[in-house]
Write a protein that binds this ligand. Structure first.
Ligand code: FNR
Length: 378
């Protein structure tokens, strides 16, 4: 049964990738309850159908941080994107730029900032984790600035990694994980050729550039494991606020009080997110957390939201719940793994079509017309 483009691409990605990589993308924390609710809570939201309102002219464009977007969608930062398709960050960034929306580069990308930025004709966004190695953070910020990045996404919901049992089962983590990964890669020669794991340059661009040497997956996992910083507080972010001149977005907000603190701190935006259900299982889905956050801070800063968005209809639902724009994670990653840049371009076209249908049949001519009034109240 066809449910959505991202469902079909998920299946194609499952067939193409070695199991450990597919499950790394697809999985979440603990029993994956929050992961599932991200999707089911969104699809449970009913919209009011409106008819006979002359919907011949629709405008999906939106303004975010002095940028015009062709639609209110941004590609989320996803670590190791270059493992799912050859030079995957470049392919995804190109598809996003061609569609007129931003691509966000993860701290832990395979392609370095300097490789991706010149390949696209709009500034990409850059995501930074809070890490103990502040030298790395400063170096990454300087390089992002030099590459023309203006918008910084600061991810704060990973002071410690979530327990992802699927990764332990699949061989992505745990003892001898590296050996198991290599064996699986050999069993999937087409994939190994695609991402260049076997032989051709394979390193983690942003981290290798800082370390001054190629960094394989094992070095990276060791480095990252030692670098999570549980002591982090708002105070630690002040130097970044002072250092970074462009818009700064705090990603990983799920509570109205934290959203108010982000306003006090002077953030330009937040991402209402539970990291796609990959951190704390049992927290609210983004769809359920969003309305109270929007009540608390709407108008004080830009509200972005992610986690569980699989269709253009879901984009409309998230905006009706209070977001100004959304981020896509797995939806675009499945398409990238399945079909590279062409897959991501096709996925974004399908999202746009689904948004258009939803807007025509809910009577929203512009993104600003998508409001809580559109929701059927239980
Ligand atoms: C992520 N996410 C993430 N977030 C971040 O800030 N930095 C990162 O490096 C990563 N890495 C990452 C890897 C993978 C494989 C996934 C699936 C996700 C979280 C991501 O930005 C986003 O918040 C979620 O993916 C949104 O949920 P959906 O759309 O995947 O359900």
């Amino acid at each position: 049964m066809i449910i959505s483009a991202s469902t079909d691409y998920r299946e194609a990605a499952r067939r193409k990738l070695p199991a450990f990589l597919f499950h790394y993308i697809d999985g979440g924390a603990y029993a994956e309850h929050t992961l599932k609710r991200n999707v089911s809570d969104l699809s449970d939201i009913a919209l009011r159908q409106r008819v006979l309102r002359d919907m011949s002219a629709l405008d999906l464009t939106t303004r975010l941080f002095d940028e015009t977007l062709s639609m209110p969608v941004v590609l989320a930062p996803v670590g190791l994107t270059g493992m799912y398709a050859r030079r995957g960050e470049v392919q995804a960034a190109r598809a996003a730029a061609k569609k007129g929306i931003p691509f966000t580069m993860s701290t832990v990308s395979v392609c370095p900032i300097e490789e991706v930025a010149p390949k696209i004709d709009r500034p990409m966004w850059f995501q930074l984790y809070v890490l103990k190695d502040r030298g790395f953070m400063k170096n990454a910020l300087e390089r992002a600035q030099a590459a023309g990045v203006k918008t910084l996404v600061f991810t704060v919901d990973m002071p410690t990694p979530g327990a992802r049992y699927r990764d332990a089962h699949s061989g992505m983590s745990g003892p001898n994980a590296e050996i198991r990964r290599m064996v699986q890669a050999v069993l999937h020669p087409s994939w190994a050729y695609d991402v260049g794991l076997m032989g051709t340059p394979h390193d983690l661009g942003n981290i290798s550039a800082y370390m001054g040497k190629p960094t394989g997956l094992a070095d990276y996992i060791g480095w990252l494991a030692n670098n999570f910083d549980q002591s982090i507080s708002w105070k630690d972010l002040e130097w970044i606020r002072d250092f970074w001149k462009g818009p700064m977005i705090i990603k990983g907000i799920l509570d109205p009080e934290d959203a108010r603190d982000a306003v006090k701190f002077g953030a330009d935006g937040i991402v209402v997110s539970n990291h796609g259900g990959r951190q704390l299982d049992g927290v609210l889905s983004s769809a359920r957390a969003l309305p109270a956050i929007a009540d608390a801070v709407k108008g004080d800063l830009t509200i972005l939201a992610d986690s569980g968005i699989r269709t253009g209809l879901d984009v409309v639902r998230m905006i009706a719940l209070g977001a100004d724009s959304v981020l896509l994670g797995r939806a675009f990653i499945y398409a990238l793994a399945a079909k590279g840049e062409a897959g991501v371009s096709n996925l974004l076209d399908l999202f746009e079509k689904e948004m258009r249908v939803a807007m025509v049949l809910t009577g929203a001519k512009t993104i600003a017309d998508i409001t809580p009034e559109m929701l059927v109240r239980a």
